[in-house]
Write a protein that binds this ligand. Structure first.
Ligand code: ADE
Ligand code: ZN
Length: 348
């Protein structure tokens, strides 16, 4: 069994995936044409999915989001995104959704959630993939807008709409001002996570924990600038959802093989990491490929990759008894995969 087969077969959860970042290029083109959204010039549609940094990326991301208009469009992109995870061997998904960009285009929450939630049900029925939704605040907008976001999102809170996130460009927009918004979401029973330490400093990771009371950190790479905070995150078992291809394309850590790449140093420090995709088609990747990439570039053995996959279950916002049951069955499956990997008949 080669590494590609192993990483695909590995039971694993995806906990950091943005819906608008999960639209295939040809679906983007189809929806943009259908809904009259003007696109930049391109030779091949894949060329639209090329950028050098997060700011450029987010411009295309918004354009993709603006191409999604009616409930059928939301259904289509959600169903395709979930199918993409299932094809990479994902067993469970918690994914982000950016409602404010659609709201700015005059689309009602009923339209967005109608298509989305139906696609989540259909994915579970059609290919057995359970998923949960995390509406995320665009941190570049005002605090007033994020309270408005809560007013619209909280009525949809359910066993499927389970928490909130905070995304877009972190460097100029730190987490601290969002404390009252997160306090209100927490009181309403929402689970909490935030992008921090991706472009902003380690202090943002600390503020996300202390002020926003987040349970996980999305990215978090710059935590490594503060050894005391690293020790605390280990002691408190904080999970970091790290995205290898995203670092290569959207940050200045372009080389996963270097000893000072933060995913390498976070792993070596003993932080709890979960491997995720961020925006799979927009970053030309899938969940199995992210595991494979880490395995190859950081020379991780298969046991280590399997332990990372088990971290994804540990850090998931599932109830404890489901986690216990899944841990038992995933561990048994993993033991089988590791044994098959050792068998010379399956090698390579
Ligand atoms: N939205 C989609 N991908 C993102 C990222 N890597 N950082 C912030 N916001 C995002
Ligand atoms: Zn992200």
């Amino acid at each position: 069994m080669n590494l590609e087969q192993f990483t695909k077969a590995l039971p694993k959860a995806e906990l950091h995936l943005h819906l608008a970042g999960s639209v295939k290029a040809d679906t983007f083109l189809k929806l943009a044409r259908k809904n009259g959204v003007a696109l930049p010039e391109f030779d091949k549609i894949e060329d639209l999915y090329r950028y050098d940094n997060l700011v450029d990326f987010l411009q295309i991301y918004d354009l993709v989001a603006r191409s999604v208009v009616d409930a059928d469009d939301f259904h289509l992109i959600t169903y395709e995104a979930l199918a993409h995870v299932a094809n990479a061997g994902g067993r469970y998904v918690e994914f982000f959704f950016s409602p404010q960009v659609h709201q700015d285009a005059g689309i009602s929450y009923q339209t967005m959630f109608g298509g989305l939630l139906k696609a989540m049900d259909d994915a579970e029925t059609d290919f057995g993939l359970m998923s949960r939704l995390i509406p995320a605040i665009n941190r570049e907008l005002t605090i007033e807008r994020s309270f408005e976001f809560l007013d619209l999102v909280l009525p949809f809170r359910s066993d499927k709409v389970i928490g909130i996130g905070l995304d877009y460009d972190e460097e100029p927009f730190p987490p601290a001002p969002f404390k009252p918004v997160y306090d209100k979401a927490k009181k309403a029973g929402m689970r909490l996570t935030a992008h921090a330490g991706e472009g902003g400093p380690a202090a943002n990771v600390r503020d996300a924990l202390d002020l926003l009371s987040v349970e996980r950190i999305d990215h978090g790479y710059r935590v490594m600038e503060d050894p005391e905070l690293v020790a605390r995150c280990i002691a408190e078992d904080i999970a970091f959802t790290v995205c290898p291809s995203s670092t290569v394309i959207l940050t200045h850590w372009r080389d996963l093989t270097t000893a000072d790449h933060p995913i390498r140093t976070m792993l070596d420090a003993g932080l709890k990491l979960v491997v995720d995709t961020d925006d799979p088609p927009m970053l030309q990747t899938d969940l199995a490929k992210e595991y494979r990439l880490l395995g190859e570039t950081m020379s991780l053995d298969r046991r280590t990759l399997a332990d990372l996959a088990l971290n994804s279950l540990d850090a998931a916002w599932l109830d404890d008894s489901t986690k216990r049951d899944w841990r038992a069955s995933w561990s048994a499956e993993i033991d089988g995969l590791l044994t098959a990997s050792e068998d010379p008949a399956y090698s390579n």
